[in-house]
Design a protein around this ligand. Sequence first.
Ligand SMILES: Cc1cc2nc3c(=O)[nH]c(=O)nc-3n(C[C@H](O)[C@H](O)[C@H](O)COP(=O)(O)OP(=O)(O)OC[C@H]3O[C@@H](n4cnc5c(N)ncnc54)[C@H](O)[C@@H]3O)c2cc1C
Ligand code: SF4
Length: 391
Amino acid sequence: MTNKKNLYLNKPQFQAELDRCLNCKAEPCMHACPVGCNPREFIELAKAQKFDMAATSIMDKNILGQTCGLVCPDYFCMKACTRRHIDFPINIPGVQATILQNYREEKAAFSPIADNGLNLAVIGAGPAGLSAAAELAKSGCKVTLFEAENKIGGAVNLIPEDRLPRDVIEKDWAYVFNPERVTLKLNTTVTDIPALLSSYDAVIVAAGEHNVMGLRIKGDEYALSYIEYLKNPQNYQTTGRVAVIGGGNVAVDCALTAKAQGAASVEMFVRRRLADMRITEAEHLDLLRREIDVSPLTSPTEIVKDGDKYKLSVCKNKIVDGKAAALEGTTITLPAFDLIIKAVGSRADEKTEHEKIIYAGDCQTGGSTVVQAVASGRAAAKEILDRITKR
Ligand SMILES: Cc1cc2nc3c(=O)[nH]c(=O)nc-3n(C[C@H](O)[C@H](O)[C@H](O)COP(=O)(O)OP(=O)(O)OC[C@H]3O[C@@H](n4cnc5c(N)ncnc54)[C@H](O)[C@@H]3O)c2cc1C
Ligand code: SF4
């Protein structure tokens, strides 16, 4: 990748952010954080040079503290920061990531936990499954964590490496992983969820949303899914033209990655208006900086293979009653794309209704964020324990 960013704050930047904190007693940042991390507290501890305590304060609330420090969007703690009314909000995620990068021990100190005799299964080792497993382990359960892939992380592994180096989630997990309580089974796909109940007291499903939605147009099969693309972007490297269909943050990651991999031009086709794109301010700026063309109110209508290139037909839309509707007579055909990537969303598997099976993370809430998936996994662990211990 060529668009290298500074992921952590340097010493003067770090100190400046600590100094700017107003130490608000109402703690609006904490209330805005889905997992209840307390920036006021960890910033005060860092100001007092108590960095190990600052690191513990973060990790006690958020098992993926460093990951979240690098990828949390600006609409949680930063949006609530009082300092934004004076000049601009404190870069709380940056401070959080920097504390953990520079001052965290490799492993948490575990106090002895009394075994509660319960044995639970968790499906999926993405943020929600990891969080659920850690919470159950803290409560004294034995946990088996099943993961279909050969590594932990789930969709986090699709976040481009220039935003999130691959070893960060491993480092977060190594800190909280308690091998006496949690057995991690990689390369193990669970195909029959109810059958697990013959060996386990309950099951938490945190399987994410891995069924990529199609474009519902002729030639859909020529568009590469964002999952395939982002897993191994180097396999699809091109110096030619790339089209990305979709207008969310995943589509932005595809577009920026294609540009960083050397594409001469990258064009995003977005069904709705620019203002409707569900992306952060930083992502908007990245699109401008990296010279990605964005065509709003535009939908694909057909893809045709043309030798080793693809022709993409698109039409213009208008917004009627809040929905995008095609404008007749506006279809044009754009030739010579080397790669077309679809990033218009994905769906979870069908759910099984059962008192002892509970869902967490993106498969429960729809596409969200790492920090929300961590919160959801923790809540699911508490709820299932409540259910099975009140029998
Ligand atoms: C390209 C991209 C960029 C993103 N950028 C950001 C960002 O900047 N900030 C942010 O906060 N969030 C971001 N997200 C969203 C974030 O990654 C997800 O919200 C989060 O990973 C959801 O966690 P989860 O645990 O619910 O599901 P997932 O992370 O999808 O994990 C589900 C896991 O379950 C496993 N699994 C599925 N079925 C089975 C089975 N039958 N048996 C065993 N294992 C199974 C999967 O292999 C996977 O590892 C991004 C997502 C993508 C795709
Ligand atoms: S976990 Fe994310 S939202 Fe919560 S305080 Fe940290 S950076 Fe902010």
